[in-house]
Every structure is written in structure tokens, then in C-alpha cells.
Design a protein around this ligand. Sequence first.
Ligand code: NI
Length: 255
Amino acid sequence: MAIFDTHAHYDSGGFNADRMEVLAALPVSGVQLVVDPGCDVESSKEAVALAEAFPHVYAAVGIHPSDCAGTDDAAIETIRALAQHDKVVAIGEIGLDYYWQDNPPKEFQQEVFCRQIELALELDLPVIVHDREAHGDSLAIVLEYPSLRGVFHCFSGSPEMAQELLKQGWYLGFDGPITYKNAKRAPEVAAITPLDRIVVETDAPYLTPVPYRGKRNDSRYLPYVIEKLAEWKGISADEMERITFENGKQLFRLE
Ligand code: NI
């Protein structure tokens, strides 16, 4: 078994009680690689520290749209410095989130998103994009940077939007919600996504798949997401696991 959880927030407070134990136990449960994306300067630092502590953990560094209030030059410079670390494989989690009323204004989110995209291009790193209820603006912004590559995390856009991104060489991330009964768009998006562009994510401690919905998520529940995708694509779960592991390595350029 070799599972790659390409998006899990082990730096989050949800793991304060048992973070090191959970992370240490992952390889024996078949989870051989994890990327932990930061959501602000502090959590990016913590993600890097976890990547230093565990050979199977890599970090991404960035400022999440919901946490971007007050982002200034100094914050971007700190992200730039953290991104030079050997185990940092992407800039993320960055993007736009128009869902929460009290998030920073759209224009400011867009400015912080663009600054971090430019940082990724300068450092030749892929990006991990968070797009919640901001599909039109997220797509328009990434298409302004034709050489930009990365993953749309927990992709929730339309099949048409997926098509645009796939044409540009992007990967799409699939998470626990694809196991929920009301998942409508996800099977349509999966149907048009080539096998070599699918990555799997937990977004732990959030988005726990059925049958553990409601509990804290961790990478050991990722097989439920892999099984659902395998069913939709008409291949075995083993094959889906192998393919998504390779895709994660390609996306984050891991040997
Ligand atoms: Ni996330």
C-alpha cells in the first residue's frame, strides 16, 4: 500500500492532543506521503517543522484567503524565506473564499492571491488553490498566468471550469465530500478528468468521508475517497491508489 495524502493540516489545533502519534503511525497504515499546507505565516512555519520531523511529510507555505487580513510585505517575505526550505514543495494554501461573510474584502483577497502566485512563479513552485464560491474570479486569475501550474484543492467548480484547468495542465483534488449522498458535480467532474490529473486529499482535520463523517479526519480515512473515485472511473481501488500516488509525486516533483 502506498497512499499520498496531498493536503492535510496536521499543524491545525485539531491535532494538538496527538499530532506526533498520528503522524508517526501513518506509514504503517499505508500512508507513505503527506503534504501539509500552511494557512498563514505561523501555520506555514509549523508545517515546515513537521516536514523536518518526519521523512514522509512535506510542507507547502502560504496565506489562506480567510486568514489574509493584514498581509503585508513582511508576511510575503517570510513566506518567500520559508519556501526555500528543501521540504517545501508548493505555495499554498492560497486562493479566494467568498463564502464567509467576515472574510477580508474580495479585492484584498485577490491582491494577496496574485502576490503569492507571482512568488510561486519566481521560485518555480506549483500552487495549491483554495476556491470556495469564487469560481469565476479564481479561474480568471490563474488563466492570467499561463505558465502557472498546481492543483485546485477540493475542486467544486463546474465540469466546464474543470475542462479549462485541465487544458492548462492543472490537477484537481478530490476529498471526503465525494462520498456524501448529495455529491452531484463531483461525479461529472471525475468523469471528464483524465486519470493522470486526479489527486486525493483529506483536508484533515476537516471533510471526513462517509462512514466517519462527523469525526475528526486524518489520512487513514483516505481509502474511502480512493474507493469512490475507483468506482466512478471503473478501475480497482488498488489501481486508483497507485495512480494517485504517482500523480501526487508528479504534481509536487518528488522523486
Ligand atoms: Ni485545506
